[in-house]
Design a protein around this ligand. Structure first.
Ligand code: DAH
Length: 333
């Protein structure tokens, strides 16, 4: 083997050894064997230079330095690679698929409300909104709830003292979405066909079926000749669309100050009657309060509890689950 061949032999053996060193210790052994200053294979090559003729020597010396440099460089890079923590960018195969992103889900109540809006939209109802902080006119008076009515008891409502000091009139967190009926009728003339979905507040003791904050869907339809049959039809179509079966609707006589007659509404679903809210024909006093002529117009209104539907649909046994915001629960929807 001539000197050139021995150089090439050394280089390929050294590069192989570097590449195959799997640990810092193994790499150190490679250094001692191939790059050792005192003895080792580099030393042997160097001694070949001494034996070369003076004409050959410059060329071989250059070659020797090149080979040495390449092996040293490969050794240094391998050392860096072994020392770097595995999660470093160069340790990652960017062609592999990444971990799937954990994407959040909409809250089950949000999903329920979105679906309600869609269903009612298909039935021709627009969506209206109203404030959660209300005055007594919209929460009570215009809804025909007189001053001495028990529903106005401060102990049954969240009155806001500080807000009241600034506004100069009593303000409270709305106790029902019926407030939006008034706000809509104040702004528009019949025909009216709206739903309004949102939060209401009552200082109820919290348990599996009660929360001091919950959601309602209010519905209102006012026109020349709206009847109770329209009310029942709309509620039945709505329930059938949401629950997916042919749902039957039952009215039980009841009383609400803002409707006459008034009914409690039940739905027959999975061999059970589910109480879902109140409804009735808009009281003439309410129509008058917003400047509608009760001789010309009639209307129906309803207010449904949204949590109830959501809980029934998903088999949720405790309303508090909806507000604990435990992601282990929420992720299931
Ligand atoms: N606002 C009533 C409540 O919160 C529910 C209700 C009953 C709404 C009858 C209506 C209605 O629009 O007509 O208990």
């Amino acid at each position: 083997m001539d000197v050139q061949e021995q150089f090439a032999d050394y280089e390929s053996a050294a590069l192989d050894a570097v590449r195959n060193a799997e640990s810092a210790e193994a790499l150190e052994q490679v250094r001692i064997e191939f790059l050792g200053k005192k003895k080792g294979r580099l030393k042997d090559l160097q001694s070949l230079l001494g034996k070369a003729s003076p004409e050959e020597r410059p060329e071989l010396g250059k070659r020797f330095n090149e080979v040495k440099q390449r092996v040293e460089q490969a050794w240094g890079e391998r050392k860096d690679g072994l020392e770097r923590p595995p999660e470093s960018v160069e340790g990652i195969d960017i062609t592999l698929p990444g971990n799937p992103l954990v994407i959040g889900t909409r809250h089950p109540l949000t999903q329920t409300m979105d679906e309600f809006r869609l269903i009612m939209g298909r039935l021709g109802f627009a969506v209206a909104d109203g404030p959660e902080i209300e005055d007594e006119f919209h929460n009570f008076e215009a809804l025909n709830i007189p001053h001495d009515h028990p529903a106005r008891d401060p102990l049954d409502n969240f009155y806001l003292e500080t807000a009241q000091r600034f506004s100069g009139k009593p303000l409270l967190l709305r106790s029902q979405t019926s407030t939006v009926q008034i706000r809509v009728m104040e702004q528009t003339r019949p025909p009216v066909r709206i739903v309004s979905l949102g939060r209401v507040y009552r200082p109820d003791a919290v348990d599996a079926t009660h929360s001091c904050m919950f959601h309602q869907m209010e519905g209102l339809m006012v026109d020349d000749s709206v009847t109770m049959a329209d009310l029942k039809t709309v509620l039945r179509l709505f329930a059938t669309a949401y629950l997916g079966d042919d749902v039957h609707v039952r009215f039980r006589p009841s009383f609400f100050p803002f409707t006459e007659p008034s009914v409690e509404v039940d739905m027959r679903w999975k061999d059970d009657w589910l109480e879902i809210g109140g409804a009735g024909m808009v009281d003439p006093n309410v129509l008058s309060a917003v400047g509608y002529d009760p001789e010309q117009y009639t209307g129906f209104a309803f207010g449904l509890g949204i949590e109830r539907f959501c809980m029934r649909r998903h088999g949720i046994d405790d309303i508090r689950r909806l507000f604990d915001n435990d992601v282990r629960f929420l992720r299931q929807f």
